[in-house]
Ligand binder design. Structure first.
Ligand code: NAD
Length: 291
């Protein structure tokens, strides 16, 4: 049994914290939202009124927050995780943030004797609910080994991908492939429909050939039907494309297609679709063709 402080109990963190409760860990959660706290209490977890309260007794603290400013505030803030950490605490940030922010948090942790892992996830809300996430972990091998039993309770594919920050780099690579795939599936739909070919039938064939992908498997029907309930919001994907481009700048590489996809996601947001599922990139592709 591990004493876990869990901060950020939203779409992803809520079900993840619930699985840890189910596995018999003592989980104390904190979130700004009262509904999120109530859901954890219903699931059998303890709730805290502050970051400090969630952290002081914890052996492991997990953060699952929207973006780097939230993680930096919660971890580095005056009454944050590091200020209240027990000696030897293991901090696992499972949010998707910039690799350079992860590295800064790791360094600040080291100065306080806190071990840090970056462990972003893929698999979406369904993956979180079914404890079937893919988890890409950066950090020390010994810390990964210590955290592995917890990861196994929320994920199916759990991989130590390299040193600190590597988890976030792998997640950035994941998000650029996901964004690019949505953009091209959207273009396939627009081409098929504009040419008078039934898009569902056409995409069924694609899904059986070399163009097959998980996105085609899971989303082709809803995209053709223009069902864009999230899922994963355009707003979050916009953040993640920014992370991918920042990582590219840091690594001194040129990713032109990622740049283009980032602009398409930005357009979707500018058109007011930030709260729709990222498959709503189709709306941008349609607009570009006057459809
Ligand atoms: P969410 O907005 O549903 O949850 C974030 C939670 O953090 C909210 O409940 C919010 O109240 C809380 N929060 C924000 N600031 C806080 C603070 N200072 N103190 C305490 N709580 C605070 O977001 P989500 O969808 O759960 O995403 C979390 C992270 O996981 C993001 O980095 C996202 O990119 C990543 N992610 C999301 C998905 C997905 O499908 N939703 C998939 C993979 C990865």
């Amino acid at each position: 049994m591990t004493t876990v402080g869990f901060i950020g109990l939203g779409i992803m963190g809520g079900p993840m914290a619930g699985h840890l409760v189910d596995a018999g860990h003592e989980v104390t959660g904190y979130d700004l939202g009262p509904d999120a706290l109530a859901r954890l209490a219903d699931a059998g977890g303890k709730t805290a009124g502050s970051v400090a309260e969630a952290v002081t007794a914890a052996d492991v603290v997990i953060t699952m927050l929207p973006n780097h400013p939230h993680v930096e505030e919660v971890v580095l803030g005056a009454d944050g995780v590091l200020a209240n950490a027990r000696e030897g605490l293991l901090l696992i940030d499972m949010s998707t943030i910039r690799p350079e922010s992860s590295l800064a948090i790791t360094e600040a942790g080291k100065a306080k004797g806190v071990r840090v892992l970056d462990a972003p996830v893929s698999g979406g809300e369904a993956g979180a609910k079914q404890a079937a996430l893919s988890i890409m972990v950066g950090g020390e091998a010994a810390d990964f080994a210590a955290a592995k039993p917890l990861f196994d309770q929320v994920g199916k594919t759990v991989v130590h991908v390299g040193p600190h920050g590597a988890g976030q780099v792998v997640k950035a690579a994941n998000q650029l492939v996901v964004g690019g795939t949505y953009a091209l599936v959207a273009e396939a739909i627009v081409l098929l429909e504009a040419s008078g070919v039934d898009a569902k039938t056409g995409l069924d064939v694609l899904a059986g050939g070399l163009a097959a992908s998980r996105i085609l498997d899971l989303k082709r029907a809803s995209m053709v039907d223009r069902q864009f309930a999230p899922g994963f919001w355009i707003d979050l994907h916009h953040k993640d494309m920014g992370i991918a481009l920042a990582a590219a700048r840091q690594a001194d590489v040129s990713l032109p297609v990622t740049g283009l996809v980032a602009q398409l996601v930005a357009a979707a947001r500018a058109m007011g679709h930030g709260g729709l599922d990222h498959s709503a990139l189709l709306k941008v592709t349609e607009a570009l063709s006057g459809r």
